[in-house]
Design a binder for this molecule. Structure first.
Ligand SMILES: [Zn+2]
Length: 479
């Protein structure tokens, strides 16, 4: 059995292995017992970073950059080792390879806080950082998949242009604006999973607005793609992340994106639109609406040979999936062909297990110390208006103080802790990541606890595999 390997457009899950030393065991057991092939990944704009960044002294980089304290080399080598030990087929993925100039902004963008635009650094600097990441991944010999993200370069101001402004700006920006407009004003018909037809046809001004909105983002995607091509000379797959946007993606935007990518010679296996999911929250919208939206997006993607990928896959708790009925809707709307990503929920589960241990136990004490350190760090961020400062964070911190003053000690469900507990893994004392180290030590030394963690991690993985019918997908793989 060949593992890791490129999976192609296979119906499969992908898991973020933030602390490989702790989470891989349970994930592997679940995959093994169900004959499931899966992606193992971390995001390159936030969760992981090159060894140089991970090993740098505290303060050399923003706390959010490589915030799991797990380097690119480490998650890849640990994942490959575990997959081979368990004889499980995995694909090693570089998630969210992105030209971000500030990973603190990228974190705010997903923590409910409105981020300001791309930050201070230049695109060239951001791209050379990406190149360093790709080189480290490639040097392991075991990278199979890249998710490219240029959401930071979407120009939302184009949405507010008048018809006249949009057309005349387009004529200035694009050499062959006439043929571009022709491409999208000709009606196109698609067939959705339920057999219904729908048509996408844009007015000239709409096509112009979308073109202006996505112009830079498309250019940056092409640059990211070229970097991968330069350093990886074996078969790898691609996904386009289009999910970190303020609004759900419209079918006509996805059509434009896929068509322009095709013209650039980039045909991804997967594309991740914004379908209205939020991280760490169940989907609360109307399920019929979700079904219709996803079915249309899936039909557009499929006409380009791509499947949909769903990000922000974790719900309000490790036990809620993405809310009642959501998995079923996604399966129906995509014809049971999709990719589904979760990451933060494993760490949330670990903290939940620690919080349940008896008062005074080593596990519960570690949980309390970690919690307190996160709160102290955030207070300092807010007080000094530092890199993570946002009005949302300040409000969430106040809400926590109110809970704590009522005697609710270290509540798991406090918004501020749910959204920011991740920083604990990157907090340093005397240069060391003391909480990350202590979690790994505790897991290794406390056999009782380790059994609970392994079992609950496997169960969480199984709920996803069962809910989205991934079981047995390994049989669909060609040689
Ligand atoms: Zn994403």
């Amino acid at each position: 059995m060949n593992t890791p390997r490129y999976l192609g457009p296979l119906h499969h899950p992908a898991f973020g292995v933030r602390i490989p030393e702790i989470f891989l065991e349970g994930i592997m057991r679940a995959l093994k017992s169900t004959g499931t092939a899966a992606g193992l990944m971390l995001s390159y704009h936030r969760e992981t970073a090159p060894e140089r960044v991970i090993n740098a002294p505290p303060g050399a980089f923003e706390i959010t950059r490589g915030h799991t304290g797990t380097s690119i080399r480490q998650y890849i080598s640990a994942s490959v080792e575990a997959a081979r030990k368990f004889k499980v087929v995995v694909e090693i993925e570089a998630d969210h390879l992105a030209a971000v100039t500030s990973s603190a902004e990228a974190v705010k963008r997903i923590s409910g806080a409105r981020a300001s635009h791309a930050g201070a650094g230049s695109l060239d600097e951001a791209l050379s950082y990406v190149e360093e990441e790709v080189k480290e991944a490639a040097s392991t010999g075991y990278i199979n998949f890249f998710t490219l993200d240029s959401c930071d370069y979407i120009d939302y101001s184009a949405e507010r242009l008048s018809d006249y402004e949009a057309i005349s700006l387009l004529e200035q920006a694009y050499e062959d604006s006439a043929s571009l407009l022709r491409r999208y004003t000709t009606p196109r018909r698609f067939i959705a999973e339920d057999g219904s037809f729908f048509e996408v046809r844009l007015r000239e001004s709409e096509a112009a607005r979308i073109a202006l909105k996505l112009r830079r983002a498309l250019e940056v995607l092409d640059k990211l793609y070229q970097i991968v091509r330069k350093h990886v000379d074996w078969q790898v797959g691609f996904e386009i992340a289009f999910d970190e946007t303020p609004h759900p993606t419209r079918p006509e935007e996805l059509l434009f994106l896929m068509e322009e990518l095709r013209l650039k010679g980039l045909q991804p296996d997967f594309v991740a639109p914004n379908v209205g999911f939020e991280k760490r929250a169940d989907y609360r919208g109307d399920l019929g609406e979700l079904r219709g939206r996803v079915a249309r997006l899936a039909a557009v993607a499929r006409s380009y040979g791509a499947l949909l990928s769903f990000h922000s896959g974790s719900g309000s708790s490790p036990w809620s999936g993405k809310g009642q009925g959501v998995y079923e809707v996604l399966l129906e709307a995509t014809g049971r062909k999709l990719k589904y990503k979760i990451s933060g929920v494993y760490y949330e589960l670990l903290l939940s297990i620690l919080s349940r241990q008896p008062p005074g136990s080593r596990a519960r004490r570690l949980y309390e110390e970690l919690y307190q350190a996160v709160i102290d760090f955030l207070r300092d961020q807010v007080r000094g208006r530092k890199e993570l400062y946002s009005d949302t964070l300040a409000r969430q911190l106040e809400e926590y103080e109110a809970l704590a003053s009522k005697g609710d000690t270290y509540p798991l469900h406090a918004e501020v802790f749910r959204h920011y507990s991740f920083v604990a893994l990157n907090l340093r004392v005397d240069g060391r990541r003391v909480f990350r180290e202590s979690l790994v030590e505790l897991y290794k030394e406390d056999e009782q606890l380790r059994k609970v963690v392994d079992r609950e991690v496997a169960e969480l993985t199984l709920r996803l595999i069962d809910g989205l019918k991934f079981s047995g997908n390994v049989a669909l793989l060609g040689g």
